[in-house]
Ligand binder design. Structure first.
Ligand code: SF4
Length: 93
């Protein structure tokens, strides 16, 4: 039996995107005071990036692990689970 890689497993997941209602909001005024910017390194889905406008997160692909909220040293994230019926649907546990 072939074992699936993590990337293969993630590709099987389904996302019900709550268009226009992000469940992660970033206070970039606080991000500007952050030296470590841990969010850029810890997200297993690689959803964070730094642009001219500041830190952005492609929240629609969120795995809802909560790691970014746990490591943000500035308290810059307003993070909550998506509304019921939205977000990730895991298909491989
Ligand atoms: Fe990435 Fe997890 Fe944060 Fe979602 S909750 S943005 S997957 S670190």
């Amino acid at each position: 039996m072939n074992r699936l890689s993590i990337s293969d497993k993630l590709a099987l997941d389904k996302f019900e995107v709550d268009e226009g209602v992000p469940h992660i909001n970033i206070n970039n005024d606080l991000c500007k005071t952050c030296v470590s910017k841990n969010c850029l390194r810890v997200c297993p889905a690689g959803l964070y990036s730094e642009q001219d406008s500041g830190i952005i997160v492609e929240w629609a692909g969120c795995l809802e692990c909560g790691t970014c909220r746990a490591v943000c040293s500035q308290g810059a994230l307003d993070w909550k689970y998506p509304r019921g019926g939205f977000g990730i649907i895991y298909r491989q546990g």
